[in-house]
Design a protein around this ligand. Sequence first.
Ligand code: 3PG
Ligand code: MG
Length: 402
Amino acid sequence: MAKKTLDDLGDLKGKKVLVRVDFNVPLDKKTGAVKNDRRIRAALPTIKHLLDAGASVIAMSHLGRPEKATPEERANLTMDKVAAKFSELLGTPVKKAASEVVGAGVTAAVAAMKPGDVVLLENLRFDPREQKNDAEFAAAIASLADAYVNDAFGTCHNDKDASMVAVPAALKAAGKPRAVGLLVAKELEIIEGLMSAPKAPVLGIMGGAKVSDKIAFINVLLTKVDQLLIGGKMTYTFLKARGVDVGATRVGDEEVAAAGPLLKHVGTKIVLPVDYVVAKSDDLLQTQVCEGPIPAGFEGVDIGPKTIEAYKAAVKDAATVIWNGPLGWFEQAAFARGTQYIAEAMSASSGVTVVGGGETAEAAEQFGYADKMTHVSTGGGAFLAYVEGKKFQSLAQIDDRA
Ligand code: 3PG
Ligand code: MG
């Protein structure tokens, strides 16, 4: 059944709307500055829509994993720099509500809000109750607002985050409406369309490091695609599982075990690179292109030129392309060719092109192709889980349309 969206929230004039956004953005390790603001930009249409309707907005998000951070790292995980970036992109002042996540300071800041005002709560994960679906914590947040909007697609798969599940539950208990925002609605529509009726031929492209993390995703993809092209670090997992020497490339035994059941598809649906760029582990400037076994002391770092040409041709012929995971060590300019050329080929395609979030989205953006794709998801884990067909507790909380 269709979920409530912003227009189902009724008259919002003078109302306070709590919006769960996913502003868990990559930060510069040294300065703590926002390195990529894509997730913030993606939430702006919802925020603007609510402000235009006469509401005030209480935005909230987690940032990083403060529970695992050192004290210095934790200091960089306050929402101050995110609030500044949010304010700059929105073109409206955004204040952080208080230095605590909930409490008297927040209540006072929210009480003082007028229509058109925006406040951002402190990093939700600074309060350990956030990741425990704590009812008391949730009730305190829920009491701030008249309505709840989930526009945090990237976090929708987290079933224990209070702001995603217990908070909307508390609003329901208080008789207040809950809706999805414009970003979540768009992500769901695109991914559902992609999975239910993709236009053939359908091409999947998978890269990244771990097969084991993505096994459920790969299995679902295999039921939808005509071909699944492999690149990135998982190439060497497949090679090792096939008994090919991978030289100094580090591939864990559990990865080899995860790839095992997929080997029967190699040569039919699953396509492995025919060549790859390898670099000497103790001197990355020494590179060569190889086919077959990787020489001792060398590790695989990118797909090779023949593979790039073959993969580009496959992208050109496809009506639908779904891409998840970089094809090489793209953070190093010398090993970014595979990722860059595939992103470029997708951007030039007249078919439907969808990029799964996380690192893949960052790569598409870094090379300037993100805006030329049909859709670049803001979800990393959430994108994979939704494609896999997982049911999200967060979305179950959202009211159905009447
Ligand atoms: C993400 O980037 O995956 C989401 O923001 C969720 O963050 P988490 O992986 O730390 O739960
Ligand atoms: Mg995650």
